[in-house]
Design a protein around this ligand. Sequence first.
Ligand code: PMV
Length: 333
Amino acid sequence: MTTEASSCEGTASGKVILFGEHAVVYAVPGIAAGIDRGARAKATRAASGERSSLLMSGRTLTPDEDSDHARAFRALLTVEPSCMGVHVEASADVPPGGGLGCSAALGVAIARAVESATFGDTPDEARVLERALAWERVFHGNPSGIDTAAAIAGTFLLYERGAGTKPLTPPYDVWLAVGYSGASASTKQMVEGIARIKDRNPDLFDKFLSGVRAIVENARLALEAGDGRALGQLMDMNQMLLAGVLLSTEAIEKMCAIARSTGALGAKLTGSGGGGSVIALGGICPRGERRSAAEELAVRIAAAWSDAGFAAFPTRIHGSHNDGATSLESPGQ
Ligand code: PMV
């Protein structure tokens, strides 16, 4: 975050959910990680009497308008009302609806910029979280909070709704290929679809939750031990469970197959499913290592996806990005 004379900038990470999407809504722990791409926002104080505004994707809106973004902006601002208005410009470099936490990253970046412009240079992180969750609820109805937690933390984290966020600090970096299936999905609709499966078939749903819980616990251990093979197998298992509750698509399955035949240690959808993005594991390497086999494989998988017509990029998730000292209390809802 940087501050100029009267303009304050906020940034936030996009995210991948490594394990546990959807189950996190029902308080099963999940593992997510911030990625290098994300969102940034710049806020300046409005002149006295001027209304607040938000400029995004070439369009300026005010908080009293009737659109989701205007409502979300209003919700974010009214968490801590101020007599001063703010002009905000925001942009993201992760695709909206791509399962990479675009809206949460925007919410956190805007919240950070607004906090700094309104109250000074060092934003109050608890209020940033509250503002960003208020923004996110407008889009997702019943968000677990994992996207917002990852956008704030920017590193590996274990998230449990109602219990908060614990940074995971393995001394390893993880290399992934991230690819877009070509269809965006509405997280809200996918979450509602899962709620219907829960109502119609509670036994199947309980098995889904207990399966995911076991996978997440083992994945945490594999990550701490730097065991890439185990981590990849657990990703494949998580994908099977997600497909079992109808979250996979033909394109997602095709991408998983391409990744595995290119040598990926594991592959799965990430985020809401029904479209969105897929992640594939290139491997794990010691923190900061250059030109690792894990990186080469992630690059090859991303290239194989691109050749098949899926937009893709390799990304490194940095281990021990922070020292693990901070534990953000995240209420989810
Ligand atoms: O599709 P995304 O990136 O918004 O991820 C949603 C994750 C879910 O677990 C499906 C929903 C939630 O609120 O946690």
